[in-house]
Design a protein around this ligand. Sequence first.
Ligand SMILES: [Zn+2]
Length: 346
Amino acid sequence: MIIDIHGHYTTAPRALEAWRNQQVAGLADAALTPSPDALKISDEELRESIEANQLAKMRERGIDLTVFSPRASFMAHHIGNVETSVTWARLCNDLCARVAGLYPDNFIGAAMLPQSPGADPRTCLPELDRCVNELGFVALNLNPDPSGGHWTSPPLSDRHWYPIYERMAELDIPAMIHVSTSCNACFHTTGAHYLNADTTAFMQCLTSDLFKDFPTLRFVIPHGGGAVPYHWGRFRGLAQEMKKPLLEEHLLENIFFDTCVYHQPGIDLLTKVIPAKNVLFASEMIGAVRGIDPQTGHAYDDTRRFIEAAPTLSDTERRQIFELNARRVYPRLAAALDARQQGAAR
Ligand SMILES: [Zn+2]
């Protein structure tokens, strides 16, 4: 089985964006604020948006199941206040839940949180609970920088975030550390801000003892871990200077990297440096990089072929990356798959 742990609903019907534009207009003139009920999207429209896009590519590439969350750049937690984000997150999560309901074999949800700059993370807990307990979601996306590129929140190791970690432990779900749109002109959203955040999140964990406080906490750092695997020597050396344990015991029980790296040499390095048990298959399709690589003739985000071709991986390790690690890191995903198999066997 091949599980892609990183997909977003980037192809949602235009009505969603129109509703959001109206919500943003309402911040300047409250009379314009739309009711959540004003968003009307039929199952037929959802099917059209998925079948011609994500599902077509999954079938073409042999991907069975995608952990599916709202479009990351649209989370835009910096817009408005907590109430703005609460309403917006709920609508976006509901759409992902409906897609998972229409295609239960192919999609399972991961929650967007209603974060807002300066807001207490506790304000996210009701939506997180709803997504996991009512919608059957198996993970969440945690934005370490709700300000959108200005980094006004404390580091992920700060007690500020602990209410979310406590709930993650209770629910037994992992978080993908995922920023949203950059509103800092210095940082291109997907080319700089995303990769900066991946690297920054890792270093925040390295310098802290977060996982002593939360031994079962699991973070998935996307986009191949940003600069982390490439600079593994630097991180090992810094940890040594800081008298931290070896990274394997300090961080690798809790931190995982996905395979959203869009060329073979990058995947070769990732899989050579990072133990296979810490690498999870993902493509972030349909996402940031949609073109065809003229050097290979294949889509940049067709990452499965890179894992197949990575020279240092054994077949057992490939199976870990494609399926087994996802089951281990996302126990609710494993439980959903097991329940499905038992249902089919009956
Ligand atoms: Zn993403």
